[in-house]
Design a protein. Structure first.
Length: 395
């Protein structure tokens, strides 16, 4: 077995259960290791710390999978992890109003780099490194032996130089005709598991969508920025918003948003769906003196358009100031980010900064992080990436 010796100063962290193997913590490792190799992690005195696999992904070099020396990483190991993950989601499988959720959340369920979602009878497996992908047949078999399904699809999220290259993501079962319609808290969303990198909905925002529908939308003029397929707009419209405006730069967002409204029998012609750079839209709205009662801000962590690059870690206060400028007094802003590089405290600091710099008073109403199906590992806080704050602009 390959051995990765960890620096003394980090050994403790891994003994305590930190699962991600990163370059800066390695003292020595073999020169040529293959993706998917099982590795033993040891301290400076070569004492056993844990076992894991080598697989390069954006975050690190691989993941620790067990701290028990006798445990072997084999078919039985994967089967046991997948079975316990499915068991933990029992309440989701039994919930009649929702049939799309995460069943396996990487290191939160004991295997970093592996994510499995359930969409109305079908599974989507996401592989975050070539290393974890080498275990594909064992993992697919484990899923197959543990649960019933219509079909299994997959996405490779590695080594494609930022490009999505697969043209067929089908793995096993009976090919589905897409879009399929999934249910979420009684709402309906069109999903396509075989159409590029994204499927049409981000499951981690489920609680926020339900809250918008139930609490914040009624009779409101709603602006949904970075709207993608308009999932938040659908929730607002079903919550009896006066009107929704969805803004996204991607041309495909418009037909996709029409599809989501139509799946819920909402007349999309009564809603605004605008293909535009959000920053241009803010300018446009100010010029036209448009004000909204509810503004949803959920940008990607990084975005590059023709005009600018944007990073939430740097630019969130600026973005928030733009949002404040077109929000009515007593209006609500739902500010969200999935950037794992900072925590809730810093995020709230960004929001506070934006209000201070615009001399605006605000009240903090509530916050959200990942829903329960996105199980996280207590030793890996950066895995708990989602931060959503609901604030009210006072004056
Ligand atoms: N809030 C959405 C998910 C957003 S994904 C939801 O919950 O469903 C990020 C989206 O931002 C993508 O659809 C992308 O096209 C869009 N985007 C990135 N940069 C943008 C910009 N400058 N202006 C408008 N949209 C942008």
């Amino acid at each position: 077995m390959w051995e990765i010796q960890l620096k003394d100063s980090f050994a403790k962290r891994y003994s305590n259960g930190y699962p991600l193997i990163t370059k800066d913590t390695v003292q020595s490792m073999p020169d040529r290791m293959e993706e998917g190799s099982i590795v033993q992690l040891t301290d400076a005195k070569k004492r056993f710390i844990g076992k894991g696999y080598y697989g390069i992904q954006n975050k690190g070099l691989g993941w620790m999978l067990t701290q028990q020396q006798e445990e072997t990483i084999d078919a039985a190991f994967f089967k046991q992890k997948i079975k316990s993950a499915l068991d933990r989601r029992k309440s989701f499988f039994q919930d009649n109003s929702t049939d799309a959720f995460r069943v396996f959340n990487g290191e939160g369920d004991g295997i970093g780099g592996l994510v499995i979602d359930y969409f109305a009878g079908s599974y989507l497996i996401q592989w975050y490194s070539q290393g974890i992908f080498t275990f594909k047949s064992m993992i697919v078999q484990a899923l197959d032996a543990t649960t019933d399904y219509q079909a299994i699809y997959e996405k490779k999220r590695f080594d494609t130089k930022g490009q999505y290259v697969e043209d067929d993501d089908f793995v096993k079962g009976k090919r589905q005709t897409f879009p399929i319609i999934i249910k979420e808290s009684g709402m309906r969303y069109a999903v396509d598991l075989n159409d590029g990198a994204m499927v049409g909905i981000f499951l981690d925002q489920r609680d926020v969508r339900r809250t918008i529908r139930e609490k914040y939308a009624k009779n409101k003029h709603v602006l949904n920025t970075f709207s993608y397929t308009g999932a938040f707009s659908v929730a607002a419209a079903l919550g009896n918003a006066a009107k929704t405006t969805s803004v996204d730069l991607a041309k495909r967002s418009k037909p996709k948003t029409i599809e989501q409204f139509s799946a819920n029998d909402i007349d999309f012609e009564k809603q605004d769906i605008i293909v535009m750079d959000v920053f241009d839209y803010f300018k446009y709205a100010r010029r036209k003196k448009l004000l909204f009662d509810l503004v949803v801000l959920d940008p990607p962590s990084f975005a590059r358009s023709k005009k600018r690059t944007f990073s939430t870690a740097k630019d969130y206060p600026m973005l928030m100031k733009e949002a404040i400028s077109i929000t009515e007094k007593q209006g609500i802003i739902i500010a969200s980010t999935n950037n794992a590089s900072f925590g809730m405290k810093k995020f709230k600091g960004f929001i506070d900064k934006a209000f201070r710099e615009t001399n605006t008073r605000y009240t903090f109403l509530e916050q959200f992080s990942l829903p329960n199906d996105f199980r996280t590992n207590p030793h890996f806080p950066e895995g708990n990436y989602l931060k959503v704050a609901v604030v009210k602009k006072e004056s």
